[in-house]
Design a protein around this ligand. Structure first.
Ligand code: FEO
Ligand code: CA
Ligand code: CA
Length: 644
């Protein structure tokens, strides 16, 4: 998520964890020396996993070979359109305003209505996934494409609002309702046509989920007093989902979509005076960044103080049943979920990893109580309601501990404000504080490599980390470019409460940023900044999308591929460059490796760029069309696996 559109809040002030844990930088320095710590040479995991192929600001070894990725790199740059390597094509699959459900009117951005938007593709696409059609098929030519719509940028959506601070607060009532309808998610059916992917019009599976779609709340927090409002005295039903950033899926074929910066939607004249002030503060809830509270009471904390407790959850949706009710699964905790991706434990239980994307926030995982049932899909219907939520502590010895967030265990007692498991999941951050979890540099996507079984954590940046707050897992003070941690679960079992970790890469430009660390043969185009989402191809190579490239230096966000094993480990290579103002989201490599799907989010979201005078009109480049967030498909000319 880019925060330009939320100019009325201080994007540097979204962090709210005052925990001092664990500032082990001084300890490491004493034991190992600071330069060694920064180079990741401390600890077993670091040395073993890096081998000799990586370099830091000083090279560690001779080059031993190139990447397995042989595409011609896209040169770093920044302009109004996107770029793919020579020999590849990129096509728009679906754009903001395109029809999703039957009866959707043609997109008329100058006269957009909430009624139209409810049937059309929403704004700011982020998470992207595909579910095969028919279910269970391995044919690779027909899918349900599921996409999140994270947030709205009214300055680029509506004429006449202009740019600058507070533009979000200027919307009229109909515009606010368009925004609410442009949030949520979309399900569309896509089919392969030659090398292209086409949306099937009027598919029976097509669905728009918006900020007003009825949803059910399940798990420990369902029915808790804090979830009760004047519209829902039972605390079990809620309208819509907001700020759905990344997501995931389940082995039984449902879509997990994650509410991230939900705090921006709710505001009070003085939140510090309300009874839930301490929790609001820990979750960054004070002034609304959107202007909806003037028209819809539930966004006004002074009228509905409990509404924000109904957001910040993982939502499970069955994409195969457009009439199904989305369910907020509270057992997985309430925080700013970037995504939620699964790995299987050895005994068939399912493990879901999720980062809390804010400065100094934590990494979590949830382990289901029961294994999933491969024979009976319906038997997995409520598997996500029972399990154990853990928070991560990264040790200075290269080990990771997963600490159970279970009421009654350790400090999670009634005396400390946790009388029930509902209290724990509702205020998961506060529970993590008591367990002394490790505050991280903004955990974004967390994904497990299907080939090597290791889990990769994208830590996007944290410019507020001081020298004193540096630790081995977050080794860069004023971390502007982010880094990637690789976790190896003990005995290869994702349900294990221990594991080892190492740093895979550190972002920034080698030679300029002292902490930057990649394979020594990473080119001048291959370095990256602000890792956000990632995915893997069938060979186990990682594909990393960025959000926050240094545009002042003329570099756009992009997609980078790298080997995770062998000589090319850590050799990131630039595969895609986004149009100006955009971040790159969703990366997904199709199961047959033939296609990379990307969500191009907030094109044209540059300083001063407006609907009337945008910095780009990507992807249509028509005078009457604003920039349009879009899902694109990248394929190799003539077909074949992408990358090589
Ligand atoms: Fe919505 Fe953490 O990015
Ligand atoms: Ca981001
Ligand atoms: Ca993100």
């Amino acid at each position: 998520m880019d925060l330009r559109s939320l100019d009325n809040v201080d994007p540097e002030d979204i962090g709210s964890n005052t925990s001092a844990e664990p500032s082990v930088g001084a300890l490491i320095e004493r034991r190992f020396g600071r330069r060694a710590a920064l180079r990741g040479l401390v600890g077993v995991g670091a040395i073993a996993a890096f081998g000799n192929e990586l370099m830091g600001s000083s090279a560690l070894a001779q080059p031993r070979g190139p990447s397995s990725l042989t595409f011609e790199e896209v040169p770093h740059g920044l302009d109004q359109t996107h770029h793919v390597p020579t020999g590849y094509d990129a096509e728009v699959v679906i754009r903001w305003g395109d029809p999703v459900v039957a009866g959707a009117p043609a997109f008329d951005p100058a006269n957009q209505t909430a009624a139209a938007q409810e049937k059309q593709f929403g704004y700011n696409c982020d998470f992207v996934d595909v579910h095969p059609l028919p279910a269970g098929s391995t044919a690779n030519d027909r899918f349900l494409l599921v996409v999140n719509h994270e947030y709205t940028d009214p300055g680029l959506m509506f004429s006449g609002l202009g740019a600058g601070r507070d533009v979000n607060l200027k919307v009229n009532e109909e515009q606010a309702k368009v925004e609410i309808a442009a949030h949520g998610g979309s399900v569309v059916e896509i089919v392969r046509a030659g090398q292209s992917w086409k949306v099937v019009p009027d598919s029976k599976f097509a669905r728009r989920i918006t900020g007003t779609t009825p949803m059910r709340i399940s798990g420990p927090a369902a029915g808790h007093d804090k979830l009760k409002t004047s519209a829902d005295a039972a605390g079990r039903d809620v309208l819509g989902m907001f700020n759905n950033c990344a997501g995931g899926s389940t082995p039984w074929g449902t879509w997990l979509t994650c509410e991230e910066n939900f705090n921006f939607y709710f505001g009070s004249a003085d939140a510090a005076k309300l009874p839930e002030a301490a929790s609001y503060k820990r979750y960054g809830i004070s002034k609304a960044a959107y202007g909806w509270g003037r028209y819809v009471d539930r966004f006004n904390l002074d009228k509905e103080p409990n509404e924000p407790f109904r957001f910040g959850w993982v939502v499970e949706i069955d994409p195969y049943d457009p009439s199904s009710t989305p369910i907020k699964r509270t057992a997985l905790g309430r925080f700013k979920h970037e995504g939620c991706t699964y790995a299987l434990a050895k005994d068939g239980r399912v493990v879901f990893y999720s980062g809390d994307d804010e400065r100094f926030e934590y990494l979590y995982k949830f382990v289901t109580t029961k294994p999933w049932n491969r024979q009976d899909r319906a038997a997995n219907r409520d598997l996500l309601d029972e399990g154990t939520l853990y928070v991560a502590r990264f040790g200075d010895d290269g080990k990771i501990e997963w600490l159970p967030l279970v009421q009654g265990q350790g400090p999670l007692t009634a005396e400390n404000g946790f009388a029930t498991q509902a209290d724990v999941v509702i205020n998961a951050r506060l529970a993590g504080d008591l367990l002394k979890a490790t505050p991280m540099d903004r955990p974004e996507d967390v994904e497990t490599n299907p080939v090597n079984g290791r889990t990769y954590v994208m830590l996007t940046n944290n410019t507020r980390r001081t020298e004193q707050q540096v630790n081995r897992a977050n080794p860069v003070a004023r971390n502007a470019h982010g880094h990637v941690i690789e976790i190896t679960p003990k005995d290869g079992d994702h349900a294990a409460t221990e594991g080892a970790w190492t740093i895979f890469i550190v972002g920034g430009k080698p030679g300029i940023d002292p902490a930057a660390r990649y394979h020594r043969q990473t080119s001048d185009n291959g370095w990256l900044s602000c890792v956000d989402n990632c995915t893997f191809d069938s060979k186990g190579r990682i594909w990393i999308a960025t959000d926050g490239a240094p545009t002042a230096a003329g570099i756009a966000d992009g997609l980078y591929g790298a080997d995770t094993a062998g000589y090319g480990r850590g050799l990131t290579r630039c595969f895609f460059q986004a149009p100006t103002g955009a971040e790159v989201c969703g990366p997904l490599v199709s199961p047959d490796d033939s296609t990379v799907f990307l969500a191009i989010q907030h094109p044209g979201e540059d300083a001063g760029s407006t609907y009337d005078q945008p910095s780009t009109r990507w992807p249509d480049f028509k005078d009457n069309m604003p920039p349009r967030p879009s899902v694109i498909a990248i394929t190799k000319k003539g077909g074949g696996p992408i990358g090589s």
